[in-house]
Design a protein around this ligand. Sequence first.
Ligand SMILES: [Zn+2]
Length: 75
Amino acid sequence: MIAADLRNTSRTCPRDECGYVAAQNRPTQDTFHCVACGHRAHTDTVGAVNVLRPGWPVAIPTWVSEKPPLHAGEE
Ligand SMILES: [Zn+2]
């Protein structure tokens, strides 16, 4: 069983073709640098992307699947 740990979202490469998870991906608290593919990003961005990506069912908040209609109120 793979448990999606929210703390790992900031250690996981946000690139779909990579997804490498390692503490070494976090050279500093605010910096993400994937040791596998070299992808760089701010950790806030990385965490947000990884929480929303498929494959993290435990980490996805319920409101994600309850998007309001795009044209609410136009009909
Ligand atoms: Zn990577």
